[in-house]
Design a protein around this ligand. Structure first.
Ligand SMILES: O=P(O)(O)OC[C@H]1O[C@H](OP(=O)(O)OP(=O)(O)O)[C@H](O)[C@@H]1O
Ligand code: HPA
Ligand SMILES: [Mg+2]
Length: 183
């Protein structure tokens, strides 16, 4: 998709590519310190976390393994259904592992609270969360998050992995959509 094709669809740019990169540098430094000398398995949640996983993992000075899960609660809409389905499970056995879930956004929190409980039941040493975005005003359940990029307003956002009806994931920044896109 040529980005000029979607520029008319955006109402506002919330986070620039540069702001995202600076924040990832900070989070990577913290993760390196917190997991020094420890095994670490990064679990990316498809598809939204692809960008943050790729950019964060490359900033770590730490030997990590990477695995992926696909769960879906949003389908093609802008509201969580609250029903989480596993579309693709992990390949890795979590027994005794330090797991860091990597997410693009925590909105209602329903996906992550379900996922953390699911992964904790598999016998890991630890399960923590790193998310690029969090919407405090949208929280329906409390989720304990170790690493947060940005707390953002309760608006539907796209870009940097986040989609609306599978579009806009490849934008290098995070923005809100113009109202005409929804109608
Ligand atoms: O906190 P919640 O309200 O549960 O929302 C967060 C989840 O919703 C999005 O995934 P989505 O189901 O849209 O799948 P996708 O990553 O493939 O777009 C996002 O990537 C999170 O996984
Ligand atoms: O704001 C959002 N944008 C895209 N996908 C999402 N999934 C949960 N919240 C969002
Ligand atoms: Mg989505």
């Amino acid at each position: 998709m040529d980005q000029s094709d979607v520029s008319g669809d955006l109402a506002n740019i919330l986070l620039t590519e540069e702001q995202i990169g600076t924040k990832l540098d900070e989070i990577a430094t913290q993760i390196d310190a917190d997991y020094a000398g420890k095994d670490l398995l990064l679990v990316g949640v498809l598809k939204g976390a692809v960008m943050v996983m790729a950019d964060l993992a490359r900033r770590l000075h730490h030997p990590v393994q990477m695995d992926w899960m696909a769960v879906s609660s949003y389908g093609s809409g802008t509201k969580s259904s609250g029903v989480v389905r596993i579309l693709k499970d992990l390949d890795a056995d979590l027994t005794g592992r330090n797991v860091l879930i990597v997410e693009d956004v925590i909105d209602s929190g329903l996906t992550l609270s379900w996922l953390v409980a699911n992964l904790r039941s598999r016998g890991p040493e630890s399960v923590e969360i790193a998310t690029m975005l969090r919407k405090p005003d949208a929280a329906k359940v409390d989720v304990d998050v170790r690493y947060v990029g940005f707390d953002i307003p309760n608006e539907f956002v796209v870009g940097y992995g986040l989609d609306y009806a599978e579009k806009y994931r490849n934008l290098p920044f995070v923005g809100t959509l113009a109202p005409h896109v929804y109608s």
